[in-house]
Design a protein around this ligand. Sequence first.
Ligand SMILES: Nc1nc2c(ncn2[C@@H]2O[C@H](COP(=O)(O)OP(=O)(O)OP(=O)(O)O)[C@@H](O)[C@H]2O)c(=O)[nH]1
Ligand SMILES: [Mg+2]
Length: 287
Amino acid sequence: MAKSKFEYVRLFEREDRCLPNTWMVVRVDGKGFHRFSELHSFDKPNDSRALRLMNRAAVAVFREFRDISIGFGHSDEFSFVFRRSTEVYNRRSEKLVSLVTSLFSSAYVYYWGDYFGEEKLQYPPAFDGRIVLYPTDENLRDYLSWRQADVHVNNLYNTCYWNLVLHQKLTPKQAEDRLKGTLASDKNELLFKEFNINYNNLPEIFKKGTTMVRKSVQVNGKPMHAVIPLHCDIIGNKFWVDNPEILKCGKLPLVQIDESYEYFFNNINPFGVKFNGDKENISDVSS
Ligand SMILES: Nc1nc2c(ncn2[C@@H]2O[C@H](COP(=O)(O)OP(=O)(O)OP(=O)(O)O)[C@@H](O)[C@H]2O)c(=O)[nH]1
Ligand SMILES: [Mg+2]
């Protein structure tokens, strides 16, 4: 086909392929969620509905991009780790960031009602996105550890802060002053002594965030691909020893169903699966 005289403008486009054989991490983060959470009456400091909605939106991204091997999210952010060998969209960073971010945002809106019921969305929320490359497994683990350590630091602070404001009626400034210069042990003690809260007993999702993994799950004797949100420690070695396929990008191991987890299956219908368990715990996302 003859080229138009305008064709040369293509030369202005830049090559944006990510380096081969590196872990590609796309992280999305809610824009202005400080205001968004206020406007939509999120529970303080943690809103379970909001966290579960974030996880649901992340599952939508996992379903679309099969080369994501692990994800991690908390608050208004979620990170998606693409296997180092992936050739998805020729590893084009702009394609990947824009697709992950827009799919995450639209899924967040699409599933809003499932988690927030009558609470209406007041305006269309937006998420920003970025991509960062990590050359070694150690770098990747340190990245994920960094995000999980952040959950703990923020959650401990926010739990103290909001208890001081909501239950001791301190002003935001007074609460900030009260917490200035305190160590983690001071905050644990404050929670225990003044609010009878044992930090260790708070829900794991608040303390550890959500680690999203894939497994092959044995259901009625048949293997089914599932995406599973976990709320466990990923800083220590145990998680990586128990789940070696994540870094090796190997075949998904076949695991037995554990009713204490939530499972998101790609397609539940062909197997005619019926669960007796709580629908909350075992979710079908085939729709
Ligand atoms: N009450 C409540 N607020 C939350 C919850 N999750 C997130 N947020 C709010 O969302 C904010 C997220 O932090 P940031 O991403 O740093 O702040 P942001 O307002 O989104 O600002 P930008 O990301 O820079 O646009 C927190 O500071 C909280 O104000 C929640 O479960 N409950
Ligand atoms: Mg934000």
